[in-house]
Design a protein. Structure first.
Length: 170
């Protein structure tokens, strides 16, 4: 019963979150990183959270290319096939932890930004995120899209700067 109340409260928070997002954030035009559309992967086993998060991102960034994965195996396949710039990674996944998966992704693709998602704001999770090479830590119940908007905008800015430097030196 407690779990059910927690799930209902979580859904209510997400619906409130998406309602606020509609009125407070303007949608952005196409999101290009250098010469390529910004590609994002959401790795989350909770269908409810994954779909709500994707919908909120799509409303704010309608041209963002977003893929989903429910476990480590699917995530690794999509990292290789999609080549995402940004990954939102649940810390607890079936089969393999999101932290171990992050370590594997960062070992082969250090350029991918990996943000860890969790319900638990614990110091040991924050430290573990840093230890495995994660780029950030978001608590599911307390972040808002302005945090993510700032992250995406900084990624675009950094990529544009890198591309302009590369063009100037070639």
């Amino acid at each position: 019963m407690v779990f059910l109340r927690w799930r209902i409260a979580l859904l209510e928070q997400w619906f409130d979150f998406m309602q606020c997002e509609k009125t407070q954030h303007k949608t952005m035009g196409p999101l290009w990183v250098g010469y390529e559309m910004l590609k994002t992967l959401i790795v989350e086993d909770s269908t409810i959270f994954r779909k709500a998060f994707k919908e909120a991102l799509n409303r704010t960034f309608p041209s963002l290319a977003i893929e989903e994965a429910i476990d480590g195996k699917e995530a690794l396949e999509k990292v290789e096939g999609l080549g995402p710039h940004l990954v939102f990674m649940d810390i607890r996944l079936p089969g393999e932890s999101g932290l171990e998966l992050t370590r594997r992704i960062k070992a082969s693709h250090p350029e991918i930004v990996v943000m860890i998602l969790t319900h638990y704001d614990l110091l040991e999770y924050r430290e573990a995120t840093h230890d495995v090479g994660g780029d950030g830590f978001l608590v599911k119940d307390s972040f808002d899209l302005s945090d993510i908007s700032a992250l995406i905008e900084s990624m675009i800015s950094a990529r544009k700067h890198t591309n302009s430097v590369d063009e100037a030196t070639s």
